[in-house]
Every structure is written in C-alpha cells, then in structure tokens.
Ligand binder design. Structure first.
Ligand SMILES: CC(C)(COP(=O)(O)OP(=O)(O)OC[C@H]1O[C@@H](n2cnc3c(N)ncnc32)[C@H](O)[C@@H]1OP(=O)(O)O)[C@@H](O)C(=O)NCCC(=O)NCCS
Length: 169
C-alpha cells in the first residue's frame, strides 16, 4: 500500500517558494503561469490564496505540490492545483484539495468552482471524490490545443464528505 508521506506539511506559499512551484508548474501544465503571475498572486491580489505541500525527500525538505483559490464573495474558485510527477499517486493532491477547501470555508466560502480540461481524468476523478459535479462546458477554453473545459462545482462546502478524511491509502 502506498501511503501519503508522513512528514507532509501544508502551509501558505511564500515568495521563496516561487522557483520550486514554477518548476512543478512547467512539468504539469501546457500553459504554466509566469513568475510575474505568482508575484502578483502573492502580494497584489487580495482575493488570492496559495498553499504549498512540503515533504521530506531524499535531499531534505522540498515542495511536492501546491493549490490556489480565489475567494469571490462566497465562492472559492480553484485557480491551480498540481503535484510534482515524482510525488503523484500518494494522496498529496487529495490533501492539498482538502486543505484548500477547508481554508476557503474558514474565509467564508459557501461553494467552490473550477475549470478542468475535459481529458484530465485524474483531476476529474479527484474532484468528483470531493463531491464536485460537472455543471457546464466551455468550448475551446484552452489556447494551446483548443480543448474544452468542464466547469465543475461543489454546491455546499459544508458538506465536504468523508472523501476529505481519507488521506492515506
Ligand atoms: C491531478 C493531480 C493534482 C492529482 O494529484 P495526486 O497527488 O497524484 O492525486 P492523489 O494521489 O491525491 O489521488 C487522489 C485521487 O485522485 C484520483 N486520481 C489521481 N490520479 C489519478 C489517475 N492517474 N487516474 C485516475 N484517477 C486519479 C483518484 O480518485 C485518486 O484516488 P484513489 O487513488 O484512491 O483512486 C496530479 O495528477 C497533477 O498534478 N496533475 C497535473 C496538473 C493538473 O492536471 N492539475 C489539475 C488542474 S484542474
């Protein structure tokens, strides 16, 4: 059985994390955010919340993944979520989503929304596990390949089911 790393900490992202986060971003997305976006999200965008997952790797502490959301009145819009390829499949994405949504609730969010590539089965499965449902489709939303986005929502964040508890497998 593969387990979530025991020494896993989720904490707010800082400017010092940007280089590590960007290297995961480049490995994870066809359209990664530029450094300026992270700088703006961290210090210029009041509605933005970014968290990182830190683990103990062979070379010491490292960033394994991150999540972001924008709080728009009572809606948390997941802006980004990625786990380093070396750390995928060990429950870290689930832990990040759980922490991100819990943080959103603390900030006053009642519901959560996100867009995901229609072909991104791993992410869609993860979101469904938390109770997100597909409520719409944005045709040709992604500029790199004109792929559609699915719009998913979790209508009541206070219903964060048992899914949120299962971190270790
Ligand atoms: C999506 C992503 C964040 C998942 O992170 P992860 O740490 O590997 O996911 P976890 O190990 O926590 O998996 C939790 C659940 O997600 C789903 N899941 C994760 N990887 C999956 C895969 N390759 N295929 C199908 N389902 C998958 C499963 O439901 C899994 O639970 P299970 O293993 O008990 O069945 C990761 O694959 C990633 O960074 N992808 C690239 C970036 C991305 O697509 N981000 C989402 C943008 S909307």
């Amino acid at each position: 059985m593969i387990q979530t790393p025991e020494a896993l900490t989720v904490r707010p992202m800082s400017h010092a994390d940007i280089a590590s986060v960007r290297s995961i971003d480049r490995l994870s997305f066809a359209l990664p955010w530029p450094e300026s976006s992270y700088r703006y999200e961290l210090s210029g965008n009041d509605i933005s919340h970014l968290l990182v997952a830190e683990v103990e790797g062979p070379g010491g502490s490292e960033i394994a993944g991150y999540i972001g959301f924008w709080l728009i009145v009572d809606e948390a819009h997941i802006s980004t979520l990625a786990v380093h390829p070396d750390w995928r499949g060990r429950g870290i994405g689930r832990v990040l989503l759980r922490y991100g949504l819990s943080r959103a609730v603390e900030c006053g969010a009642q519901l959560a929304t996100l867009e995901v590539r229609a072909s991104n089965h791993a992410a869609i499965e993860l979101y469904r596990e938390f109770g997100f449902a597909v409520v719409g489709r944005r045709p040709r939303y992604y500029r790199d390949n004109d792929e559609d986005a699915l719009l998913m929502t979790l209508d009541d964040l206070h219903d964060l089911a048992g899914a949120a508890e299962g971190t270790a497998r």
